[in-house]
Design a protein around this ligand. Structure first.
Ligand code: F6P
Length: 549
């Protein structure tokens, strides 16, 4: 039993029914499923906003989907969803509401936290961001010496870096090409060094992005960035024109020396990994302009509304979440690949890694009891076609089941030359060919029919039955990016709800931070650190010897 009196997940009749169904389906393959239902290609497809989502190449039948929806009903996924949208404190271990959906709500929407409508506050910050972004873009906001700002450097890590860095890359074709944007996250000094070495400090704006403003990497990099600036401009007063902060923590921002008038706030009901559509997106807004940023938020909102209102049968985030559960919990799949066929999505999967793995990488349920079922998968992938020439071999012929999402676009971005635009069909031919090959493979008979010598037949046989979802959109626009991110946010939500875990805390990252603080004095000052294990002690001694200390 759970604390709320409900049966534990793996003891519910719905779970047992799925396990039995999995056994009954046995090795039924995609060739058989497609042969049995000629209309499967369109029957197993849904639309949400601009996204066409084909899930026909999954190892599922109507019965599987019905049973999965039964599991969602038994675990009250929609109940938790409604509680999230209502602003209830569903992040129980941190006692917080989870309201990233309020960040994209239209001006006239009402979303309450503790009886207060938060939407006017959200729009006040968006308006302040827009005013600032316009002033930087137009050259009205100048640096300390009066020079125009031409470079924007975002300093943040995790959710305060991955979102804006990813979205900047995705929407590069919409950015102001006369400006330079860089994203610094790593406490490795090389990151900041490479980001600023060719920039003029007098033309550079630093955006220090940190929800807590206590993250050691960000505070350290921001301090070094300030030294770099002041070394060139020689006047403390320069900080006011070259540093702004994005945070929930005004006190720490002021303590760092940034005028809180130059702070863009957000709230504790926005998780770091769900925050790039808040003030954390300021660098992106400067890059693409406030109107495009709003288009992106509206894209998020389309999928929010769909998730909130669509029935289970046509609810795309629900479906994608349940398909992941089908493979992770009933097929022993350990990982999930996200393979975008767009160069602009080069950082998309890295962004999803934090979204998914920090949210659902949990071993205890909401009641603090160890789960008896698998939770979040390892999420990985890079854009095609590059991956095809690297690791796809393992997906096609390896021994692991790796469900994958293929994301592609019908039209290339507008600014490409005609010749480069023409390459798009070749890109997309690969896109369609890969999911076909993964699903249907190549039988030994087909291989033999090509005259392949018998000893090579097993090597050239593709077993197929590698499940994929295909997400096809007309074009990569700010709205489509918003739709895609919201789709994954809600997919992750669905899975966390079924697994009965808190998808909105991240206690697992704390221990490493604490230990790093303890070890550091041993590296820098040679201090004795009590309680180091024998391995770490030897490693630290070797490090100091090699470092010449
Ligand atoms: O490392 C964990 C984490 O708390 C993430 O969840 C978060 O996105 C990141 O650190 C950065 O945190 P902050 O924005 O407070 O600097």
């Amino acid at each position: 039993m759970n604390a709320d009196g409900r049966t534990r997940l793996n003891q519910t009749p719905e779970w047992t029914a799925l396990a039995k169904h999995r056994e009954e389906l046995g090795e039924v393959g995609l060739r058989e499923l497609f042969a049995a239902e000629p209309g499967r290609g369109t029957a197993y497809a849904l639309r949400v906003g601009d996204l066409y989502v084909d899930y026909s190449k999954h190892l599922v039948t109507d019965d599987t989907l019905r049973l999965l929806r039964g599991l969602a009903a038994a675990t009250d996924v929609f109940g938790l969803r409604d509680a999230m949208f209502r602003g209830e404190k569903i992040n129980t271990t941190e006692d917080r509401s989870v309201l990233h959906t309020a960040l994209r709500a239209p001006r006239d929407a009402v979303v309450e936290v503790d009886g207060e409508n938060v939407v006017p506050g959200v729009h006040a910050v968006l308006d302040k961001m827009a005013g600032f972004a316009d002033r930087v873009r137009s050259g009205e906001w100048t640096g300390h010496t009066g020079k125009r700002i031409r470079n924007v450097v975002n300093i943040g890590i995790g959710g305060s870096d991955l979102g804006p860095a990813m979205a900047f890359e995705v929407l590069r074709a919409y950015t102001d090409r006369s400006m330079t944007f860089r994203f610094v996250s790593n406490v490795d000094g090389a990151d900041l060094h490479e980001a600023v070495r060719d920039l003029d400090p007098a033309e550079t704006l630093f955006i220090v992005a940190s929800k807590t403003f206590t993250t050691i990497e960000t505070v350290t990099n921001a301090t070094s960035a300030r030294s770099w600036l002041l070394a060139a401009l020689g006047d403390e007063a320069a900080v006011a024109k070259h540093f702004v902060a994005l945070s929930t923590n005004a006190e720490k921002v002021a303590g760092f020396g940034i005028d809180t008038a130059n702070m863009f706030e957000f709230w504790d009901w926005v998780g770091g990994r769900y925050s790039y559509d808040s003030a954390i997106g300021l660098s992106l807004m400067i890059a693409i302009g406030p109107d495009r940023f709003r288009e992106m938020l509206d894209g998020f909102w389309i999928v929010d509304e769909h998730f909130r209102t669509a029935p289970a049968e046509s609810n795309v985030p629900l479906l994608l979440g349940l398909l992941g559960i089908w493979y992770g919990n009933f097929h022993d799949a350990q990982s999930h690949a996200v393979l975008p066929y767009s160069h602009y999505l080069s950082k998309f999967t890295a962004y999803l890694q934090q979204l998914d793995m920090e949210s659902n990488g949990k071993y205890v349920d909401r009641d603090g009891r160890e789960v008896e079922w698998q939770t979040g998968p390892v999420v990985w992938g890079t854009p095609g076609t590059n991956g095809q020439h690297a690791y796809y071999q393992l997906i096609h012929q390896g021994t692991k089941l790796i469900p994958a999402d293929f994301i592609g676009f019908a039209r290339p971005v507008a600014e490409l030359s005609d010749e480069l635009k023409a390459q798009h069909d070749l890109l997309m031919a690969n896109f369609f060919a890969q999911t076909q090959a993964l699903a249907f493979g190549k039988t030994p008979q087909e291989v033999r029919a090509e005259g392949v010598p018998e000893e090579l037949v097993p090597h050239k046989t593709f077993q197929g039955n590698h499940p994929t979802t295909t997400i096809l959109a007309p074009e990569l626009t700010p709205s489509v990016l918003g739709q895609l991110v919201a789709l994954y946010e809600h997919k992750v939500f669905v899975q966390g709800a079924v697994w009965n875990i808190d998808s909105f805390d991240q206690w697992g990252v704390e221990l490493g931070k604490v230990l790093a603080k303890r070890v550091e004095p041993a590296l820098t000052e040679g201090a004795e650190v009590e309680g180091l294990d024998a391995s770490t002690e030897a490693l630290v001694a070797t490090y100091r010897e090699l470092r010449g200390r």
